[in-house]
Ligand binder design. Structure first.
Ligand code: PEP
Length: 250
């Protein structure tokens, strides 16, 4: 049985004070024994403080991005070691906002995944098609390319430390959710791809999250699909009640 994993991507929201308040509410609301694994991914500026507040809780810390080089003249970038030093266990890589707004190609995402793993961070590796690609019937082709290129050179052993998040871009921040059946179909496809590329054991164990306008009202049905192992949540993780509602549905 795979454990459900619920991650909150705060994106470019929450200053330091707001971050402290939100994470404190999540900690208090969650109590001691959540069945699901919970990850919060605040902006870089709040990581250190949120990390201190998470000490002694079951909630894990993730970052929203990183660069693949170790250190040096890369103004504005943050390294894996820096994230580790403030207590991050996870890092979101390949998010569609990085791919589309910041033009991150598959090859760059692959380099970031390799560095993250080498440094002991667990990537939450996002894939998903644009609306036009879904309308043209290219969903599986796009997802397959992203998986192939993003995971090039990754070993079966390393796959134990990767979470895949299927996030149809047309469902992110739009209020449009993929139906549980649409999501399940792609999740199963991803699991089969992973089985072919690595092994059926790796495929059986890999966590595949769904992301795209998940909220407490639709979480239960999505999370009850056989191949949906959790959620990557954007908008609905910015209010503790709705994030806690999604965790309770897992
Ligand atoms: C996301 O950005 O990863 C996301 C799923 O956002 P939202 O839940 O707001 O659609």
């Amino acid at each position: 049985m795979r454990k459900k994993v619920i991650a909150g991507n705060w994106k470019m929201n929450m200053n330091l004070h707001q971050s402290q308040k939100l994470v404190s509410e999540i900690i208090n609301g969650l109590g001691k024994d959540s069945k699901a694994e919970v990850i919060v991914c605040p902006p870089f500026t709040s990581l250190s403080e949120v990390s201190s507040l998470l000490k002694g809780t079951q909630i894990k810390l993730g970052a929203q991005n990183m660069y693949y080089e170790e250190s040096g003249a890369f103004t504005g970038e943050v390294s894996a070691d820096m994230l580790k030093s403030v207590g991050c266990e996870y890092v979101i890589l390949g998010h569609s906002e990085r791919r589309v707004i910041f033009n991150e190609p598959d090859e760059l995402i692959n380099k970031k995944i390799k560095t993250a793993l080498a440094k002991g961070l667990k990537p939450i590796f996002c894939v998903g098609e644009l609306l036009k690609q879904r309308e043209n019937g290219e969903t599986m082709q796009v997802v397959s390319r992203q998986i192939e290129k993003g995971l090039e050179g990754i070993t079966a052993q390393q796959m134990k430390n990767i979470i895949v998040a299927y996030e149809p871009v047309w469902a992110i921040g739009t209020g449009k959710t993929a139906t549980p059946q649409q999501a399940q179909e792609v999740h199963l496809f991803i699991r089969e791809l992973v089985a072919k590329k690595f092994s059926s054991l790796v495929a059986e164990n890999i966590i595949i999250q769904y992301g795209g306008s998940v909220k407490s009202e639709n979480a239960r049905e999505l999370l009850s699909q056989k191949d949906i192992d959790g959620a990557l949540v954007g908008g609905a993780c910015l209010k503790s009640e709705s994030f806690l509602g999604i965790i309770a549905a897992a």
